[in-house]
Design a protein around this ligand. Structure first.
Ligand code: NDP
Ligand code: AOF
Ligand code: ZN
Length: 350
C-alpha cells in the first residue's frame, strides 16, 4: 500500500470518533507526519468545537516540525468562517508544505476553495486519495449535502418466519415492545441510536410499544425522537413525553394548548408523500441522519418512496406463525453477522 493511502486509512479510522457528535459538521480525521513518522493526530470535536486539522496541529508538541511535515486529512480543509476559523489558513500559517486530501468537500462554502487557497499559498496538494473509502466514511454528510436530505437508515427485527409483531390478541394489555431479538442485539441498537441524529417511529408503534427510543445501555448522545401522530392521540404520560430526550411530534393538528418540556410540534400535510415531507423537515433542522425503527407501515412508506440508504435487519430464532408481516426490501447485501442467536443483515440501497 502506498504511504499516502496508509495515512488516509488512519484518518478514516480517527474520523469515526466523531460519529454522532460532529454532525452537522462532517466527521473528519487528520494525521501529520514527518519522515514517515506520525507527530500528531486529531478528529472533529463535538459540533461547534475545533475541526480535525486544528486538533492534529495542536497535538504536535514541536511546532517547528510542521515546516517539513505532510498533513493527511479525510476531507478537504475548510476555507470559510463557520463556528471556527478556516483550517486552510491555519495550515498555511504553520508553513506545512504538503497536504494529502481524501475527498473534495461538496459543501457549497468549500467545494474546492480550500484546495485553491492551499495551492495559492504554494502548498503541494494531492487529492483525491482513497476517494471511495472516504465517501463511505462520509456517507451521512454527503447524502445531506448532495441529496438535500438526511441519511436514512431503516431498522427492524423480524421473527424466523418473517413477522415483526405477533397478532395483537396475544400481546399484553399494557403497551410495551414485543421482543424478537436478544439483549446483545438490543444493546447494539442503543449504540446505533447514539450514532444518528434522529430516530423515527409511526403512531401505532408509539401507541402499542410505548417505546423509550433512548440509547440507555450505551454511552452517548440521545437522538431527537421523531414521532408521527396525526391526530395527537398518543397519551401525555407515554415515554416520548418524558423529557429524557428531545421529541418532535409530526402532526396535522399543530401544537396543543399546553407546552411539554422537550417537546416540539411540526405540522405536515397528510394528503402528500409523508416520507419526503419528513426528510425535508429534518433537513431544515440540520438533521444529518435518521434511523427509522418502525413499524411496518412507516418502514414501507420510506421503502416505497425510495427514501432509504441503509437497512439493518435482525432475524430472531423464534417463529410467530402469524402477525404483522415484515416489510419486503431489495438492496445490496453488505454484511451478515450472527449476534448470538440473531442474524443481522445490512443492506444498502445501491
Ligand atoms: N419488530 C420490530 O422491529 C418492530 C415492531 N413494531 C411493531 O409494529 C407494530 C406497529 O406497526 P404498524 O401497525 O405498521 O404501524 P406504524 O408504527 O408504522 O404506524 C402506522 C401509523 O402511523 C401513521 N403513519 C406512518 N407512516 C405514515 C405515512 N407514510 N403516511 C401516513 N401515515 C403514516 C399512520 O397513523 P394514523 O393512521 O393514525 O394517521 C399509520 O396508521 C406494533 O405491533 C409494534 O409492536 C414496531 C416497530 C419495530
Ligand atoms: N421488537 C423489537 C424492536 N422494536 C423496536 O424498538 C422499540 C422499543 O424501543 P425502546 O423502548 O427504546 O427499547 C420499539 O418501539 C420498536 O421500534 N427492536 C429490536 O431491535 N428488536 C425487537 O425485537
Ligand atoms: Zn475546518
Amino acid at each position: 500500500m502506498k504511504i499516502h493511502e496508509k495515512y488516509i486509512l488512519r484518518c478514516i479510522e480517527l474520523a469515526k470518533n466523531g460519529l454522532g457528535t460532529a454532525a452537522p459538521n462532517p466527521m473528519v480525521g487528520c494525521v501529520i507526519t514527518v519522515d514517515d513518522q506520525i507527530i500528531g493526530e486529531g478528529f472533529t470535536s463535538p459540533y461547534g468545537g475545533p475541526h480535525a486539522e486544528v486538533n492534529a496541529i495542536h497535538a504536535v508538541s514541536d511546532k517547528k516540525q510542521l515546516k517539513k511535515a505532510t498533513l493527511y486529512v479525510s476531507l478537504e480543509p475548510c476555507s470559510h468562517y463557520g463556528k471556527t476559523p478556516p483550517c486552510a489558513d491555519l495550515i498555511i500559517s504553520h508553513g506545512i508544505p504538503r497536504v494529502v486530501i481524501g475527498l473534495r468537500d461538496p459543501h457549497d462554502k468549500v467545494d474546492g476553495k480550500g484546495i485553491e487557497k492551499l495551492l495559492a499559498a504554494g502548498v503541494e496538494v494531492t487529492c483525491p486519495v482513497l476517494e471511495m473509502e472516504c465517501r463511505e466514511d462520509h456517507r451521512r454528510f454527503l447524502t445531506f449535502q448532495e441529496k438535500g436530505r438526511p441519511y436514512v437508515l431503516l431498522k427492524w427485527a423480524e421473527s424466523a418466519d418473517g413477522y415483526i409483531a405477533p397478532k395483537s390478541d396475544i400481546r399484553e394489555k399494557e403497551p410495551k415492545p414485543y421482543w424478537i431479538t436478544n439483549r446483545y442485539s438490543r444493546q447494539m441498537v442503543h449504540q446505533w441510536r447514539t450514532e444518528e441524529q434522529a430516530i423515527l417511529v409511526g403512531t401505532t408503534t408509539a401507541m402499542m410499544d410505548n417505546p423509550e427510543l433512548t440509547p440507555r445501555t450505551w454511552v452517548g448522545k440521545a437522538p431527537l425522537r421523531v414521532v408521527i401522530d396525526r391526530k395527537l392521540k398518543i397519551p401525555g404520560n407515554y415515554h416520548i413525553y418524558d423529557n429524557k430526550a428531545k421529541t418532535l411530534i409530526l402532526t396535522e393538528e399543530g401544537p396543543g394548548p399546553e407546552t411539554t418540556p422537550g417537546v416540539e410540534y411540526s405540522t405536515l400535510d397528510f394528503s402528500e408523500n409523508l416520507p419526503k415531507q419528513i426528510c425535508n423537515r429534518l433537513y431544515d433542522r440540520q438533521v444529518q441522519s435518521v434511523i427509522v425503527e418502525g413499524g411496518a407501515k412507516t418502514l414501507k412508506s420510506f421503502i416505497e418512496a425510495g427514501l432509504w440508504d441503509e437497512a439493518r435487519i435482525f432475524k430472531g430464532p423464534g417463529s410467530l406463525g402469524s402477525g404483522l408481516k415484515a416489510p419486503a426490501i431489495k438492496g445490496k447485501e453488505l454484511s451478515r453477522e450472527q449476534i448470538g442467536n440473531d442474524l443481522l443483515r445490512i443492506l444498502r440501497n445501491d
